[in-house]
Design a protein around this ligand. Structure first.
Ligand code: NAG
Ligand code: CA
Length: 226
């Protein structure tokens, strides 16, 4: 290969690897139940995490439990997992950190769009969960732990191995949008800004500059329910 062609190939693959898309006012639609359809999110994250906040919107009329955000490290499938344990008006959400779990109780309309934020701070172990800008009762887990870096992050399916082993009965069907992840615990006013559609720039995942791969039947459509 001549030198010029070599550099063109290198540059093109670099650009592809770092291609970022502004998905403002758009959602991923997961239109059917499967054990395959999903989106891989590629984060900017090389160091273990001591603190984080994750926010997103979801709209689903599934009546069974289902995954919302699946973050697996090389050793632990449930390194960071947000899961809807129970749907309906008295709903339950769980948060896993390093395979430990806490559960949050919420009261909400069903089915209805929901804005979810989850945060965790290693030094105290305190986990916060916010539904539509309202804080649920705080929980504590994994004090002193660090969330491992270089994850596989999957929307639509729950990982039982690093990047795979999906289970149809845990899959997500519906719409997901406005996903942001920061390496700090956001204060309440910033959670509210995210809820109202004006989030701070996010340094791990940012919906306005998202690096992702669609696998299977997942379609991007306008956000029509906020
Ligand atoms: C995580 O948060 C704690 C307390 O809020 C802070 O002291 C610490 O420096 C933070 N760690 C990082 C890596 O930002
Ligand atoms: Ca799992």
């Amino acid at each position: 290969m001549n030198k010029l062609l070599f550099w063109v190939v290198v540059l093109t693959s670099l650009l592809e690897a770092f291609a970022q898309t502004d998905l403002s006012r758009k959602v991923f639609v997961f239109p059917r139940e499967s054990a395959t359809d999903h989106v891989n999110l590629i984060p900017s994250l090389e160091k273990p995490l001591q603190n984080f906040t994750l926010c997103f919107r979801a709209y689903s009329d599934l009546s069974r439990s289902h995954t919302l955000f699946s973050y697996s490290s090389q050793d632990k499938d449930n390194e960071l997992l947000v899961y809807k344990e129970k749907t309906g008006e008295n709903s339950l959400y769980s948060l896993n950190i390093g395979r430990n779990e806490v559960v949050f109780k919420s009261t909400e309309k069903f089915p209805a769009p929901v804005h979810i934020c989850a945060s965790w701070e290693s030094s105290s172990g305190i986990a916060e969960f916010w539904i539509n800008g309202t804080p649920l009762v705080k929980k504590g887990l994994r004090r002193g732990y660090s969330v491992e870096a270089n994850p596989k992050i999957v929307l639509g399916q729950e990982q039982d191995s690093y990047g795979g082993k999906f289970d149809r009965s845990q899959s997500f069907v519906g719409e997901i949008g406005d996903l942001y992840m920061w390496d700090s615990v956001l204060p309440p006013e910033e959670i509210l800004s995210a809820y109202h559609g004006a989030p701070l720039p996010a340094n791990i995942l940012d919906w306005r500059a998202l690096n992702y791969e669609i696998k299977g039947y997942v379609i991007i459509k306008p956000l029509v329910w906020v």
